[in-house]
Design a protein around this ligand. Sequence first.
Ligand SMILES: *Cc1c(COP(=O)(O)O)cnc(C)c1O
Length: 380
Amino acid sequence: MDPKHVKPASAAAQALGWVDEKTRAIAPVIHTATTYLRDEDNQYRSGRIYARADNPAFDQAEALLAHLELGAQAALFSSGMAAATAVFQALAPGDHVVAPKVMYWALRNWLLGFASQWGLKVELVDMADLAAIRHAMQPGRTKLVWIETPANPTWVITDIAAAAEIAHQAGARLAVDSTTASPVLTQPLALGADLVMHSATKYLNGHSDVVAGALVTARDDEVWQRIKKVRAQLGGVPGSLDAWLLLRGMRTLFVRVPAACRGAQRIAEHFTGHPRIEAVLYPGLPTAAGHAVAARQMRGGFGGMLSLRIKGGETAAIATAARVQLWQRATSLGSVESLIEHRASIEGTGSPAPADMLRLSTGIEDAGDLIADLEQALAV
Ligand SMILES: *Cc1c(COP(=O)(O)O)cnc(C)c1O
């Protein structure tokens, strides 16, 4: 059976069924070479020259991710930030880009700082409001609409298909930071997006031990070639061992993500209406503003990420995080262990994170244990 024609969970588990031709090994060889032999007649027929541009250690993770995202090609990067910034660096100074008000904070800061100084015209809009996206478009000048859904750290939902239509009508492309959804829950390219970005540090790797990023394109076109050139020139590529670990992590993606979704849903429902909780932010709750859109474009769950607003404000929130025993008090997300953090402390000034909010990344532990730990941390 061709592993490309089985369900995505099967394709991931077998990493597309790849076997090393020389040794018959069913786990990939770790290629560490930085340079490749030139042919005697001065050609490079292998297509490999130097590992800043390209590395066989990336091939399988890229092929599997492109397959899971229904894309033409994928490219690994040294981090999610390296992947995301390559997309913007493939544009030209003077180009207008539309990005979310609520999005991954380090990328927002880069867009408002470095990218704006470099000449990009960056406009931040409320991406839950389709009229606001439409209003921001400048046909001919707007080259890219960047969205993130569910969006850090309040899990606002953007309608991917509608955003794609608005972008395309104005002659712009749509890129989706799909880090928190993962290809298990959402396939943005099938909904009309042109590019998908992942912080592979999060769900794709899933074990808090690799920093990596990835892009997937719907088409191998001129923009994609510019992005690949940015990667080759700036060298934002992962090391071979990290690429190998990433593929190993991706093989269990379809077990980890549904488990995290089930836990997050239970936690969100449990703490809804809790006397010490001001609000539960989770798109899986029927009361969430983006629930209907999320139900349409996410399948099999609403993600492992949720946020709790704690009664008593910032002091009570930080004190609650201080009392957890099973949850790990750390930033980042998408790993097998559950993480909790006071988000406003990390993001600093200009953050849309409410001061009373704790961001929770649900891992794959027993959900009852996770709830009990939060209950004891909330009981004062
Ligand atoms: C972590 C994260 C990033 C940045 O990725 P790094 O791998 O840390 O560079 C971008 N977007 C989202 C949604 C993230 O969670």
